[in-house]
Ligand binder design. Structure first.
Ligand code: ADP
Ligand code: MG
Length: 466
């Protein structure tokens, strides 16, 4: 295997994140036997991190300097990939990092919708050797833009690359966990159970139809002034820091440091009182790089200098800094173009509504939700479109059964929407359940139940392709 690499590329390594608990728990063996030989043969240098717990990958992606790596490869399932995307989107410098780091996946999970969708989109065979195929994808060095969907829940935002579900399919996914001992059969068993005990959910789904102009629709509104927004978010961040995180910090921490922009004064003063060499480092940060990266260097260096101080007298500072790191607002991602979740949506802005009884709502942006679930055959990774699929209450059981049965071949959706099954290409939607309980999933993981709204961020991530 010969891969021509420029010196620039050779200097940047591949970051491999491996979830040892994915799928049947043999990710390490799969990596050692089938992936690392390919990387070695192609002389692709890599660093391997095995995740130690849930959220390990998102913490790493949100807090580390990533300059050394050209791409991140998840060895695991969609859940691990979800953590990587969310970690990246929590960075203040997400806008710089995202286009410069390609994301790859080596399918080892029980949910491998993304890997299956990528293979499908490039007419690659999947079933014979999915892991080898994905490893070859990693060394190919090719990548393509991918849409990411920003989902606003009541208390937080989540970024999603696969799906948002409410009702039947999410119920089967989550409730069948109790049948894990049946392996993959659990889905079939629970589907039949749920079909026999069919539930409907009351709610309202509002949506903005997408402009049907084909692939790669539109740019992200408001992306024109990234620097300004960064500064604004830094400023609001510091207000929060003043009022909350720094309340218990001794007054000596609050002197200002005139050599850096005032937005960073609090962060910096916290460090100054601890580390004498700080000022010289401030100067070097100021003389090179962009403003945004100072912020990162600063927060990282606070963390490291405090982590080194183990002496008891410094406990309060350590507490202050770690609570600041934990509580820093996670809202650095792109600003939303939608009204707040508790504000009404106006038909004049193009919002349309479906209201009443539903069997399910599933919003997807990849072709496959799993290796044998060809859910949205028309989806493209970079079409700027959320494929919103609704099944209304009142559908007959045979009709629903045939829908569920045909999902594996992708022949379940009607050519023309009917009374019960609707396929809506949208760029944003809002779900307002009228019941007070139920199951909602994002990328196959359960999230808190309640209203949510979602909007597509066209092509903001880059994913490795064959
Ligand atoms: P699967 O497809 O089998 O569910 P994933 O790789 O998607 O496999 O991982 C499932 C979940 O495991 C993810 O939500 C992730 O947060 C969590 N996870 C990641 N690393 C670990 C670990 N070391 N121990 C336990 N859970 C982990
Ligand atoms: Mg899409």
């Amino acid at each position: 295997i010969f891969v021509d690499r420029t010196n620039e590329e050779r200097r940047r390594r591949v970051l491999v994140l491996l979830n040892p608990k994915s799928g049947s728990g043999n990710g390490r063996e799969v990596f050692n036997m089938h992936v690392s030989p390919v990387l070695n043969e192609a002389e692709v240098p890599y660093d391997l991190y095995v995740t130690k717990h849930s959220n390990f990958a998102s913490e790493l992606m949100s807090t580390r300097r990533l300059d050394a790596w050209c791409c991140v490869v998840a060895v695991g399932g969609d859940g691990l990939f979800h953590e990587i995307v969310n970690g990246l989107m929590q960075r203040e410098d997400w806008e710089q990092v995202l286009p410069n780091i390609a994301l790859g996946i080596i399918p080892c999970g029980s949910g491998n919708g993304l890997a299956r969708s990528i293979a499908h989109g490039y007419n690659e065979p999947y079933f014979s050797k999915p892991v080898l195929g994905a490893a070859l994808t990693v060394i190919s060095g090719r990548s393509s833009p991918m849409d990411v969907v920003r989902v606003q829940l009541k208390e937080r935002s989540v970024y999603s690359f696969l799906s948002i579900g409410w009702g039947f399919i999410s119920d089967v996914d989550i409730e069948s966990e109790r049948l894990r001992m049946f392996g993959y059969q659990r889905f079939t068993i629970w589907t039949l159970y749920r079909l026999a005990n069919l539930r409907t959910y009351n709610g309202r789904v509002s949506y903005l139809p997408s402009h049907q102009t084909g692939q790669g629709v539109g740019g992200l509104e408001g992306m024109q002034e990234p620097t300004l927004r960064m500064l604004q978010s830094s400023r609001s961040y510091n207000t929060t820091l003043n009022k909350q995180q720094l309340l218990n910090v001794p007054a000596s921490f609050h002197h200002s440091v005139e050599c850096l922009p005032s937005e960073f004064a609090d962060v910096i003063s916290l460090e100054t009182s601890i580390n004498q060499s700080f000022r010289s480092r401030c100067d070097s940060w100021l003389s090179g790089g962009s403003r945004r990266s100072y912020y990162y260097s600063i927060s990282e260096s606070i963390y490291h200098s405090l982590a080194d101080e183990s002496d008891l007298a410094e406990q309060s500072q350590i507490y202050a800094a770690s609570s600041y790191l934990e509580n820093r607002p996670q809202n650095f991602g792109p600003p939303s173009s939608l009204p707040d979740l508790d504000q009404p949506l106006s038909p004049e802005d193009g919002w349309q509504v479906e209201e009443g009884e539903f069997i399910m709502m599933h919003a997807v942006y990849q072709t496959h939700l799993g290796i044998d679930c060809h859910f949205a055959p028309k989806a493209q990774m970079n079409d700027g479109t959320i494929h919103l699929i609704l099944i209304r209450g009142g559908i007959s059981r045979p009709h629903l059964l045939s829908f569920l049965y045909n999902m594996s071949s992708g022949t379940h959706l009607p050519e023309v929407n009917n009374q019960y099954v609707k396929v809506l290409p949208v760029r944003a939607f809002r779900l307002e359940p009228h019941d007070n309980h139920g199951i909602i999933t994002i990328d196959g993981e359960r999230v808190e139940f309640g209203p949510l709204q979602a909007e597509v961020l066209p092509g903001i991530a880059r994913v490795m392709v064959p």
